[in-house]
Design a binder for this molecule. Sequence first.
Ligand code: NAD
Ligand code: WQD
Length: 344
Amino acid sequence: MKKKILVTGGAGYIGSHTTVELQEAGYEVVIVDNLSNSNLGVVEGIERITGIRPAFEQIDCTDKKGLTEVFNKYPGINGIIHFAASKAVGESVHKPLLYYRNNIVSLLNLLDLMPEYQVKGIVFSSSCTVYGQPEKLPVDETAPIQPALSPYGNTKQIDEEIIRDALNAGLPYKSIILRYFNPIGAHPSAEIGELPNGVPQNLVPYLTQAAIGIRKELSIYGNDYNTPDGSCIRDYIHVVDLAKAHVIALDRILENKSESRLEYFNLGTGKGVSVLELVYAFERATGVKVPFKIVGRREGDIEQIWADSRYANEVLGWKSVETIEDTLKSAWRWQLKLRENGIM
Ligand code: NAD
Ligand code: WQD
């Protein structure tokens, strides 16, 4: 009997790639997504890749009644991967209440319903943003959590504390909290990828849109940081490598592979790459020039962060494998597919 997994936000960027990996690992997936930052075409893309159309319910996770109906309609949900959230840092500064409501009430509803429906555990999408600018690099899971730099980052910190306190109170389930660094790239099939609404805030989608001519040029936010080439450093991880880690984390919970009821893992490549290095890696990988200019720093940007992912490597037996060049090639193939399909 296939184990049934609820994937909230499963029509989103990381959720869709994780759904593919879950299906390919033999899980039955039920996607719940309100399509606030995605579309149904993503579900078709998943089906084109795996040959299996995941169950899909257009429900808002802040709607507890709607979520309850999903648990009743799909009995026997064994585990949850909770991606559904609002995630635009800049927007969160202007709409804090929307972010607190969406990102916290959604989680509270799920944690409430889990014992009622005997769900064994939840994998939670967190972010390296909880570390702020770490004192020590690379950053491992023992690094201190720093005061959040945005309401978005604060919702991730609050959600992590909610899960911790729920488990300390004896609620009968397990959790693994995955702190992602910078996911980029797209599925090698180019059937799914990152499809930001409006003007991309993140580097790679903006870069590929500049490379294809949708944007006049990429603005690089500052080259006067205390880094080798002056631009900020991040840990860019292929979204498929990230997706695979979720299947391993879920297996770990459902097969009771750990004594701990709550674990945290940093999911990164362990390598820091600067903005300029990434631009040049893209040009080498694709043969396509990126029009760019250097502008002033972006408020709220931290200077440099990359993961010490040894704990995930050793305990989960997971390691990112894709090179930055191959990851950027996948992002470019996805951008070309969007053009081919007349989407942008
Ligand atoms: P995304 O916006 O592509 O996916 C999120 C999905 O959740 C979307 O399909 C959206 O429609 C849905 N959604 C939002 N609120 C919902 C609600 N209340 N009910 C149901 N569906 C809802 O984002 P993503 O990049 O795939 O991120 C997924 C998760 O990973 C988020 O929790 C995000 O905070 C976290 N994360 C993302 C990054 C990143 O750089 N992309 C980094 C660290 C952490
Ligand atoms: C990366 C680097 C920019 C755009 C954010 C969130 C984080 C997580 C991932 C949700 C930075 C530079 C960017 C551009 C640029 N999201 N840049 N020109 O800021 O590391 O992380 O997304 O959890 O919480 O903070 O990612 O892609 O926005 O920026 O120069 O047009 O690229 O300054 O140094 P970031 P990013």
